[in-house]
Design a protein around this ligand. Structure first.
Ligand code: HEM
Length: 521
């Protein structure tokens, strides 16, 4: 009944869109199993305009859009009116526990209020030295490998994931995961292929089962994690290892709150912020440990993947790579000339070609490529790009009923020629030299991109990640040159929860980004 009511009450039939291949699965299978991220979105956008209708399981209609004003409305202007779809929030809960990523509405607001102070700009600037030290440690490891075997093929994403795991461990809880030293490597191992093992190529029945969580009563939800599939077994295994590894760390952290004075890691600040809250709003022990899991989960593979996509692009664009290296070396000379050894934040910000390569990679390869939302209350969504209805009328805004599902196509917004220029389908960092962002509809938290999402649920770690990427890129490109390996690997951008790199027809390698790495001249 819920399903029939959901369909009838919220008909979007007047909006054009592709016909679903089946009533039972709608476009869910086609969408989740597309060969490459964006394959469906870009095709549909070309056919129907910037906003269109798709169908989910049981014939449920979904509004899909890449429209800048619609993005701005849903993410920036509507507070908590558009919440995460329940099955998506529940998947997050399985990976990260009852922390900030899975919380909804007022509970989320409570989490965010306590976590925000730890992510302020001045606080994050203090992590720069840590990012640089761990980045240099990774470079030293590579040097050992590359000196012995020039033009060595390196799975750069694996190394970057170890580096960012060590960084998040130290920055978030002053804890050494030992990932770069491949010591106590259980956690980095369990995380290393987690998206391949839990989300990639799920059977259509598992996809349908997960969709059905949207209709289950609350009382059943704690049990869905026991779903007897290899995917869910792996999630349970990863969670168990995580809890073993960090349980003790958290108990140490929560000792005497006065001891937290002067401590700069995220959790110490959080513990202090929590202790000073009204007891009714405080986060519980389980919620606090879930924040550790959330930060580890959201805060390492994301940054590592983005850097891997950037190095891949630089391997294909050697001239741009050389331009970045020259800029980094010129800045290093200036740093040494003034008597310093390391880059400051201002030095990093002054390296425009490095910054633009990061922006362009976030635009072109958004690892979170799509966000699903459900409307809490009736609303009207404005459009900046009007669309033509199924009966030929021009539509400037779309009425939304409570319970309506939306699929916000981040990857399509990031490719709109109206926003990014006619060459939006190519990787060209120099576009950021010319773009007049005052003429764009303001969305996102950084560079008018939707890659970190926006508004009350925008990425809390975007600034952390940006400084981390700037610092690591500078250390890496100063020392190493990146090229495509001699052996041909066809890299595909596969949707597996996050967008991950796979070598076509070589699934046995897991998620890898093979690049030829040599010492830079
Ligand atoms: C390139 C790197 C990153 C990208 C592209 C990225 C992207 C995103 C996106 C799109 C969301 C919203 C997800 C949703 O609404 O379902 C998000 C949320 C989040 N991110 Fe990031 N992220 C990155 C790095 C980081 C880092 C380094 C941290 C931690 C240090 C972090 C912590 C979080 C947390 C805790 C949330 C949940 C926020 C909330 O719901 O209030 N992220 N991120």
């Amino acid at each position: 009944l819920t399903v029939v009511f959901r369909r009838r009450y919220r008909s979007l039939s007047y909006i054009r869109g592709p016909s679903p291949p089946s009533w039972l699965f709608g476009h869910d299978i086609a969408f989740l199993r597309q060969q490459e991220v964006g394959e469906k979105d870009f095709k549909w956008m070309k056919e129907y305009g910037v906003t269109w209708r798709i169908t989910s399981h049981f014939g449920t209609q979904v509004l899909m859009t890449a429209d800048p004003k619609a993005m701005q409305h849903v993410f920036h202007k509507s507070g908590y009116n558009y919440v995460k779809r329940r099955d998506h929030a529940e998947m997050s809960r399985m990976f990260t526990g009852p922390g900030i990523i899975s919380a909804q509405g007022e509970v989320h607001q409570r989490h965010r209020k306590i976590m925000n102070p730890a992510f302020s700009a001045p606080q994050l600037r203090t992590f720069l030295t840590l990012f640089q030290d761990i980045g240099i440690k990774m470079c030293d490891k590579w040097k050992g490998e590359v000196l012995d075997a020039p033009d060595k093929t390196v799975y750069v994403n694996k190394w970057l994931a170890r580096t960012t795991l060590d960084i998040i461990g130290e920055a978030a809880f002053a804890y050494d995961y030992g990932a770069l030293d491949q010591r106590n490597d259980r956690l980095s191992k369990v995380y290393s292929n987690i998206f391949v093992k839990t989300t990639l190529h799920s059977s259509k029945w598992l996809i349908l089962w997960r969709s059905m969580w949207n209709y289950f009563p609350d009382a059943l939800m704690p049990y869905i994690k026991y779903t007897p599939t290899k995917e869910h077994r792996h999630i349970r295994h990863a969670t168990r290892i995580f809890q073993e590894v960090v349980g003790q760390v958290f108990d140490d952290l929560t000792g005497d709150v006065s001891e937290k004075e002067g401590k700069k890691d995220v959790m110490s600040i959080l513990v202090k912020a929590n202790a000073s809250e009204d007891p009714k709003s405080q986060l519980s022990y389980t919620e606090m440990t879930a924040q550790m899991q959330s930060l580890t989960f959201a805060g390492h593979e994301t940054t590592a993947s983005t850097l891997s996509w950037m190095l891949w692009e630089l391997a294909k664009h050697p001239d741009y790579q050389a331009k970045m290296r020259a800029e980094i070396r010129a800045t290093r000379s200036a740093v040494l000339a003034r008597g310093d050894t390391s880059f400051t934040i201002d030095d990093l910000d002054s390296m425009t070609s490095v910054l633009n390569a990061i922006k362009e990679t976030l635009r072109f390869h958004p690892i979170v490529f799509n966000l699903w939302r459900e409307a809490v209350n009736d609303d009207v969504i404005p459009l900046s790009e009007p669309i033509i209805s199924a009966t030929g009328e021009t539509i400037h805004s779309i009425p939304i009923r409570a319970g309506q599902w939306l699929s916000m196509s981040i990857c399509s917004y990031n490719r709109l020629p109206q926003v990014w220029g006619e060459d939006a389908d190519s990787w060209n960092p120099d576009r950021f030299l010319d773009i007049d962002q005052t003429k764009q509809v303001r969305v996102g938290v950084f560079a008018n991109l939707m890659t970190f999402s926006a508004g009350v649920r925008g990425c809390i770690g975007w600034r952390f990640s940006l400084i981390e990427m700037q610092a690591l890129a500078a250390e890496l490109l100063e020392r190493f040159e990146f090229g495509l390996p001699k052996e041909h690997y066809e890299i595909v951008r596969v949707p597996a929860g996050l967008m991950i790199p796979l070598v076509k027809d070589r699934l046995e390698l897991g998620s890898v980004m093979p690049l030829q790495v040599s010492m830079a001249q």
